[in-house]
Design a protein. Structure first.
Length: 695
């Protein structure tokens, strides 16, 4: 029995020594696009980091390579430099494809790749202490080309050194399969980053709404954790800071320090640890100081020690945070249960990561994506915890509001009685105030309009008079008597026009103030007034080549204020002449309708738009239609006519279609003693035509 045992042991030792000395040769075949290299690796430790390629290829050092017999090689935190050797042989059907060697560990500081070329071994130097473009293939991991030789096996070497955990997950990829693998990984990373970023933005929004620092601390913690994964996956160095190896090297200790500080602060505040567990709260607070030291140290001198220190400090922070959440949950705080579950899941995956960092091997999925998956789950659970916190705060607020409402009900009943009593008074006072404000606003607006129009209408003629007088004063010796007379006639005409404007303003002012401008009512012959006005306007109509026609078949004598009636008709005929183009006609017609006498003034001018008709009788209004002979218009004539007509208990309106002239109509009431004669047998019952200049 002992003899057989010795024979078996000897055979086993011989087999092991053979396997350690001679690595398998990888046979690349185009039928397979991916080859894991764990069993094809020879590994040599170089404690001083001084060996060269020529030295490791010669005996006796070449025989010191040890074949890897486990899973992915993991040396944890190590100060040694490691050489990796892989023997590769390409079949004929694999020669047509491109092949790539991937080192799927982005946080390696120095990676030297030696591969055979036409004139000996060639070298590619890269790593996260070199700028990103030193990499032969733009990838978040280290990807190197495999240069094949016809029908000959090749041997490639990797020299690796880093202050971060040393892990060697090596794979050989066919070119198209590498692209597919990269796209799958990128999709996973973008999905996890998207979830993290959404949680950060959502909780920042809640923080700005509620001003609760728990949400801000959670957002800082989540942001730092997301950036840590961006660093550890290599996407940060590839896309965000490819030309800054310094930033790539300080990212790990700095981000770990921020995560620890934010996690401790968030846990203490969210759990209200000072109230529930004051002793453990002090321990949590003390852990902030080494985290701050790690933050400063990471900026100044990141090294192998900072990696070990952050790993140990991380286990302490996560473990103590988990235990604190457990204690608070045991004391009946429901929100602590969410935190406990989140920390439990993350702690399991983080513990796997720490075991990986210290060279205790785990399945490939756990030490590549496990921590990131655990972090996403943890962030979602923490989000649920914060959402539950909002629910609890809202419920507490509702309960406080109910108590407040109950305490105010009695006071409210008393106040309601007083409010009801005062509401009527306040409403009435408010109504009067609103009316007063509206009236003052209207008056102020009218005053501004009035001043603007008056300034415009008076400034031009007065300026003309001033210029004429100044010219005569300066050059009086150059004017003869006839020229001086002409100037004086022009000045008189201008002064007459200004006097008319002032008279209209005074007239309107008296009417608005309620001052009666009429004498005692008298018998007024409307036909005589129309004939007199037609005669007065004949000269003006002749100058514009306008025909004036009036119907005198109806003679009406009413009891009214003569001057008011005269001014109303005068304004209508004057406006018709101002706005009628040359070569047209104006008709004035007098008729009776029951107990009403109607006066119509119809022109063939441009007519009025719908908008103009709505503001026709307002003061100071400028209409779209303009005088056709450069006449002046103050915008007061129709306003005065309307107010005078209302004083006469009559009505005035306009019928017009734009482009087809206008008809102004005035209806005045008749008294029982008034006389209206409609007869075609009168000697003057015909159209009286005046003012047309023969062609």
């Amino acid at each position: 029995m002992p003899f057989r045992f010795l024979i078996a042991a000897f055979v086993l030792v011989q087999l092991c020594s053979t396997s350690l000395a001679n690595a398998l040769e990888l046979q690349l075949d185009n039928r397979q696009g991916e080859y894991r290299l764990e069993q094809y690796l020879d590994i040599l430790e170089d404690p001083d980091g001084k060996l060269t390629l020529e030295e490791i290829r010669r005996q006796p050092i070449a025989d010191q390579f040890i074949r890897n017999t486990g899973s992915v090689p993991n040396r944890g935190f190590s100060k040694s430099t490691y050489w990796l050797r892989i023997r590769i042989h390409l079949h004929e059907n694999a020669l047509a494809s491109k092949w790539w060697l991937e080192v799927a560990w982005p946080s390696l500081d120095h990676v030297d790749y030696y591969f055979p070329g036409d004139s000996g071994y060639q070298l590619i130097q890269t790593g996260d202490e070199h700028i990103f473009r030193t990499r032969p293939y733009p990838h978040r991991n280290f990807v190197f080309p495999i240069k094949h030789m016809q029908d000959q096996p090749i041997t490639v070497y990797l020299r690796v050194a880093t202050k971060n955990p040393l892990v060697f997950p090596l794979t050989i990829w066919e070119d198209q399969r590498l692209v597919e693998y990269t796209n799958q990984n990128n999709f996973f990373f973008m999905a996890s980053y998207g979830i993290m970023l959404a949680m950060v933005l959502y909780n920042l929004f809640i923080f700005f709404s509620l001003r609760d620092r728990s949400y801000l601390l959670y957002s800082i913690y989540s942001s730092a954790l997301m950036l840590l994964f961006v660093w550890s996956n290599g996407t940060g160095f590839q896309f965000f800071w490819p030309d800054s190896p310094w930033l790539q090297n300080i990212a790990s200790p700095v981000l770990f320090a921020i995560i620890f500080i934010a996690m401790i602060s968030f846990s203490r505040r969210f759990l209200n640890a000072r109230h529930y567990i004051p002793e453990w709260d002090r321990l949590l607070r003390y852990l902030i100081y080494p985290s701050i030291a790690l933050l400063i140290w990471g900026f100044i001198a990141p090294s192998n020690f900072t990696g070990r220190f952050s790993s140990i400090l991380g286990m302490l922070v996560m473990g103590l945070s988990w235990f604190s959440a457990f204690l608070v949950w045991r004391k009946g705080n429901r929100q602590a249960g969410f935190l406990l579950l989140a920390f439990t899941i993350f702690l399991v995956f983080a513990f796997m990561t720490q075991l990986r960092n210290h060279a205790i091997l785990l399945p490939h999925l756990a030490h590549v994506y496990g921590t990131q998956i655990g972090a996403v789950i943890e962030m979602l659970l923490l989000g649920f915890a914060l959402a539950d916190r909002i629910h609890v705060l809202r419920r507490e607020k509702d309960e406080a509001q109910v108590l407040t409402v109950q305490s105010l009900l009695e006071s409210e009943r008393t106040l309601e009685r007083n409010v009801v009593e005062r509401t009527t008074e306040l409403s009435e006072a408010n109504r009067k105030l609103s009316e007063t404000v509206e009236q003052l606003s209207r008056l102020n607006k009218e005053k501004s309009e009035f001043l603007g129009i008056v300034a415009h209408d008076l400034n031009a003629p007065l300026s003309g008079v001033l210029l004429s007088v100044k010219g005569m004063e300066t050059h009086y010796d150059q004017f003869d008597a006839l020229q001086i007379k002409g100037k004086l006639i022009d000045i008189r005409g201008t002064i007459t026009h200004v006097s008319g404007i002032i008279a209209r303003l005074l007239r309107l002012d008296h009417i608005e103030e309620g001052v009666s401008m009429a004498s005692d009512p008298e018998r007024v012959d409307l036909s005589a007034i129309i004939q007199a006005l037609v005669s007065d306007f004949t000269g003006l109509a002749q100058r514009k080549n306008i025909m004036l026609k009036h119907d005198c078949c109806t003679a009406a004598v009413i009891t009214a204020d003569y001057f008011s009636v005269y001014e109303v008709i005068e304004n209508l005929i004057s406006n018709a002449i101002k706005f009628s183009p040359p070569g047209t006609e104006i008709s004035i017609r007098l008729s009776c309708l029951g107990q009403q006498v109607r006066i119509e003034v119809r022109d063939q001018g441009p007519g009025l738009t719908q908008e103009d008709q709505t503001k026709l009788f307002q003061k100071y209004v400028r209409l779209c239609a303009r005088p056709t002979g450069n006449e002046k218009s103050t915008g007061l004539g129709l306003a005065i006519a309307k107010k005078l007509t209302q004083d006469l208990r009559g009505k005035i309106w306009c019928e017009s279609k734009h482009g087809h002239g206008a008809c102004f109509i005035v209806e005045l009431p008749m008294a029982a003693s008034d006389e209206v004669i409609c007869s075609d047998s009168r000697p003057d019952c015909m159209d009286v035509v005046q003012g047309r200049i023969p062609d």
